[in-house]
Design a protein. Sequence first.
Length: 144
Amino acid sequence: MGACGRCRACAQLARALPFLPAELLAGWLGAMVFVLALALFAWAIVTITKAGSNVPTSLRTTTVVETGPYRFTRNPIYLGMFLGLIGLAIAFNSLWLLLTLVPFALVIRYGVVARKEAYLDRKFGPRLSPLPCACAALDVQNPP
């Protein structure tokens, strides 16, 4: 195999890198996960907007929302994005997309969520209950 053949094989591997069995209907499964993620994302935006607070993180938070999806997770919008990426990875059967979850989760958790929580603590006091260690990665709360 010449250099050109190896380059083509590497390019093909880099494009796909499947991680699911071929007989699995990955497209449909991924689409369902993506639609559920989109529904969570939309539900969170509607809930925070109805509560009178702002969705963009660059705008001030006017209230701490604890209804709708915020009863179960502090960050349903980011969780929806995370699940949406999982849905796309499944739909396209791409390990590369799945691997992008690691830097995405780290940036969101430590670059966005940590700063936002510090801001909320300063503005509203430590109103948010501490989360169990096992759930801290996605900031999922214990349901009421």
